[in-house]
Structures are given as C-alpha cells and as structure tokens.
Design a protein around this ligand. Sequence first.
Ligand code: HEC
Length: 91
Amino acid sequence: MTQGEQLALDSGCTACHGSNGEGGVGPGWQGLYQSEVTLEDGSTVVVDEAYLFEAIRDPSAKTRDGYGVMPANSLDDAEVQAIVDFIITLK
Ligand code: HEC
C-alpha cells in the first residue's frame, strides 16, 4: 500500500469516497483525474493535480454539484500531496 492510500484510510476519507475510491457520499476517485466535473456554480473544470490538491486542502473552496459538504481535515501539505498522487493512480 502506498503512503497516500494508507493516509486516505487513516484519515477516514474512504468512509465517504469508498475503500477503492468507488465513491459513496463523496464523488468517486476512480477515473476522476483528467475528467470533467461540474461545480456547484454550474461551471465545469477538468480535474488536474492542482484541483485535487485544493479540494483536499480547502474542501469548501470549490464544491461539486449534487454532493453535500466535505469536512475539513488537518493534513499537512506533504500528506495532501501523497493522497493526490494516490488518486491520480486510480484510473
Ligand atoms: C463525510 C464525508 C467525506 C469525508 C470524510 C471526506 N470527503 Fe472528500 N468529499 C466529500 C464530498 C461530499 C465531496 C463533494 C463536495 C466537494 O467538492 O467538496 C468531496 C470532494 C472531494 C474531492 C474533490 C472531488 C471532485 O470530484 O471534485 C476530493 C479530491 C476529496 N473529496 C478527497 C478527500 C480526502 C483526501 C479525504 C480525507 C482526508 C476526504 N475527501 C474526506 C465527502 C467527504
């Protein structure tokens, strides 16, 4: 298991995003990277590394249409980056 995968488990992320990133209360992570998503304000963005980083760092900055609220966390930048790297591998 990679550090990012372990962190996602330990930080409780998988409770909402699925143990294999298949999604649940929160959007799925599988195939998320480089996909086009719709935000709450109706705009669309293509998910890149910076988007993933911000989504975890500051969950309320940009929110997905059709989903509830993601709670804040106390991960540091290195931990957020490790999880971002993990999500990118979930094709
Ligand atoms: C209580 C449920 C819950 C938990 C726990 C949670 N999330 Fe979320 N997450 C959500 C919801 C709901 C959204 C959609 C709203 C938004 O974009 O903020 C979301 C959005 C995201 C997104 C952006 C997805 C997209 O398609 O735009 C990422 C990345 C993400 N979460 C990662 C994480 C990580 C990493 C953790 C653990 C530190 C985590 N989440 C914990 C519910 C959760």
